[in-house]
Design a protein around this ligand. Sequence first.
Ligand code: UDX
Length: 447
Amino acid sequence: MNIAMIGSSYVGLVSGACLADFGHRVVCVDKDQAKIEALRQGRIPIYEPGLDQVVADNVKAGRLSFTGDLKEGVAQADVIFVAVGTPSRRGDGHADMSFVEAAARELAEVVRPETVIVIKSTVPVGTSDKVEHILLTHNPTLEVSVASNPEFLREGSAIADFKRPDRIIVGVNDERGRAALSEVYRPLYLNRSPVLFTSRRTAELTKYAANAFLAMKVTFINEIADLCEKAGADVQDVARGIGLDNRIGAKFLHAGPGYGGSCFPKDTTALIRIAQDFESPMRLIEATVAVNETRRRAMSRKIAAAVGGDLRDRTVALLGVTFKPNTDDIREAPALAIVQALQDAGAQIRLYDPAGMDAARTAITGVTFGNSPYEIAEGADVLVIVTEWEEFRALDFKTLKQVMKSPCLVDLRNVYRREDLARHGFRYFSIGRPDHDIPLSFIEAAE
Ligand code: UDX
């Protein structure tokens, strides 16, 4: 099939490259000429493991190309995906639809009359109807079919997620759209990935429901972690204990400093606004957002407690700034709120991240950046794991102990075990796990 991908940022580029890998001919379109030029020269503007290879292979095979010219990009297309951004609108938290609407207006002038247009961006319920309306208003001769096909890929494992998805959700309201998307995703039938066809509104809502549910699940285990700390229980055992119940499932039960990233914060807020517009409030998600918001800053109190309560003139070495490993993305990263709170409390901050340093340098001020965990640990009062990069899973504690002012680790991702750190002479604080043996008297008292 001939496919055009409008928008060549994260979702557009990964989807375009993977669809080319399935054997389709794909043209990725973007207004940013510098981005298109970079892609043509084989430079990938985002950090995503494996993406450079998939792009290079498919460009070489003649299946993947890039253009800044919309008309040229869609000239041959049977199916056009719209994968432009829908950021949070300043002020009210609604999804900003201006890029989607602009794309629809521009497409109306240049598409072939019977093209299938597929909205891949995360969009509020009713957007496909609106896009269809814009297309027909601007060009009444069109007989386009508009479909909704939200994307569920995760940063850091985007290629695998696209090629072996748990499911594909397709919202269509005609046979033409259904047939075209069946053809697009036919290579996945071999993997037995279910392709669920439904209405456009249902598909649009499914994306928000999935992200909101996962954000809620993470927030739930985070609150259980807080309770574990007070009650002397172990959140990792609780997570395992509940996760083995098939109805709950083991994933997304890893307690930490709160969720971040380009999707969960934006999509939860947008769902709250959508629900309010339909006068059907999502109170669980409202609570999720509020709890997550306070949690990130609250992590600084944990760090303060580890150094005796007062952060003034203490040196805190932070490992990780990205919102999760295997990405250079720091959008809504817990680290940003933690840095701010630590600075407000008077701490000196040192920071190292394997991939997020460029982004951090532009977003964070008043911090000293280093090139390794050991460099930033030098003279530090406390070392804090904020993001669970592989590189932080086997730290050399002997060296760290020698260079640090005082051997103390705050592990906000529960990468280590207290016993192991105690062996190295470190004081150790983690999330939702007893920082000390539970005294027998406590157990007896509880009974
Ligand atoms: C998410 C969705 O998973 C994906 O389906 C959607 O398309 C886009 O949004 P992503 O933002 O890349 O993907 O990251 P994800 O792996 O889902 O993690 C989101 C946040 O939750 C991260 O900050 C992560 O650290 C946190 N998280 C996740 C936890 O704290 N604990 C967990 O158990 C899982």
